[in-house]
Design a protein around this ligand. Structure first.
Ligand SMILES: *[C@@H]1O[C@H](CO)[C@@H](O)[C@H](O)[C@H]1NC(C)=O
Ligand SMILES: *[C@@H]1O[C@H](CO)[C@@H](O)[C@H](O)[C@H]1NC(C)=O
Length: 344
């Protein structure tokens, strides 16, 4: 009895001994899990956040504006560029959408997604060149010849003939880039929210590696992209896709991504969109920003002073959250990794 008691005591003692490390280890594990989940929570807003603020500490938007062959050519060189990125906007777009308004570019618009693409590009040492289409949209005839000429002139002028040339086009700009890639030697391209115009051209074997960045909510386009990817693959062209999904509006989405929109305005606008039923119970946009009469609703109800020049910027973010058809910089990592992994 005694013996077993003392043995029990011993066991108890040794359990006490074990207990401390066990409790300690569990505490550490709990702490680790907690830290991870917290830092994960914190990561998401920052990856969405910043209006490029973290990037702006590395680079400043400070473009050169030129006029050539009847159109605007806007560009910026980072220190020691390792590649050149040609950007093609969509219908109704223009080169000036890619840079913030500044003394050097008083007509610049700085749409949130466009400027974040440029900031990201410059931070990764890509020289950036954007050209405005002459009409509302790009045309696939003479305009290709003109733009090819502008790219060649600009590359030579800046002594960048030895670094790789890549291109990104969104929507109609995606059609344009897909066609231009037949005439201009790009090391790789990104075709955003567009299927390209491959059925209208003879795709050569050495056509550049092509990344499709698209929004599957546009099901028809997704199907066409799937068909084109298959056709390109059969020609031996390197292809890949990145799918961009809808996401819920968070109170500070607009202030996080649009310069000149502060937290109070963002909070109030998002709250209003909820109240007016433009957003469902989970925070998702019910319709595309373009199809929603949110501007009218805002005019009547808004209690914050809102810069009218920011309406397009807000609409772009609402479209992005709806994820049907919009320029997106949320996939910058994938996009620039694609460019960088196809430089030779
Ligand atoms: C573009 O402008 C330059 C300089 O004025 C000219 O030499 C060139 O031929 C033009 N290119 C086209 C395609 O018109
Ligand atoms: C609107 O602004 C006025 C004046 O700043 C304020 O008194 C009022 O409470 C605000 N209303 C709402 C709904 O926020």
């Amino acid at each position: 009895m005694l013996r077993s008691r003392s043995r029990l005591g011993q066991q108890w003692n040794s359990m006490q001994h074990y207990r401390f490390p066990v409790v300690f280890t569990s505490l550490i594990i709990i702490l680790l899990i907690y830290t991870f989940s917290v830092s994960k929570d914190e990561q998401e807003p920052t990856s969405l956040n910043h209006k490029g603020i973290s990037l702006q500490s590395l680079v400043e938007l400070n473009p050169t504006v030129e006029f050539r062959n009847g159109t605007n050519v806007i560009s910026q060189l980072p220190y020691s560029p390792k590649a050149v990125l040609f950007l093609a906007h969509g219908c109704n777009g223009k080169a000036a959408n890619f840079w913030d308004k500044s003394p050097g570019c008083p007509n610049c618009v700085g749409l949130p997604e466009e400027r974040l693409i440029v900031l990201h590009a410059l931070a990764r040492k890509f020289a950036v060149l954007a050209v405005s289409s002459v009409g509302r949209c790009w045309t696939l005839g003479d305009e290709k010849v003109i733009v090819k000429g502008i790219i060649g002139w600009w590359v030579e002028k800046n002594n960048l003939g030895k670094v790789p040339l890549v291109a990104l086009g969104a929507s109609a700009g995606g059609y344009f880039v897909s066609a231009l890639a037949n005439d201009v030697k790009f090391s790789s391209i990104v075709v955003m929210i567009a299927e390209g115009v491959f059925e209208r051209m003879d795709v050569p074997k050495n056509y550049p590696p092509t990344l499709f960045v698209h929004m599957p909510k546009d099901r028809r386009r997704m199907r066409l992209i799937g068909e084109n990817m298959e056709a390109l693959r059969q020609k031996g062209v390197d292809v890949a896709e990145v799918k961009c999904m809808e996401f819920p509006l968070t109170p500070y989405l607009l202030s996080d991504r649009i310069p000149g929109i502060d937290d109070a305005i963002s909070f109030e606008l998002v709250e209003l969109l909820h109240k007016e039923g433009f957003v469902d119970e989970n925070g998702f946009m019910r319709k595309d920003g373009r199809a929603t009469r949110w501007k009218e609703a805002l005019k009547e109800r808004i209690n914050v002073s809102l810069d009218k020049n920011k309406l397009d910027h807000i609409q772009e973010e609402l479209n992005l959250a709806f994820a049907y058809h919009e320029m997106t910089s949320l996939q910058n990592e994938e996009i620039f990794n694609w460019f960088e992994s196809h430089m030779k």
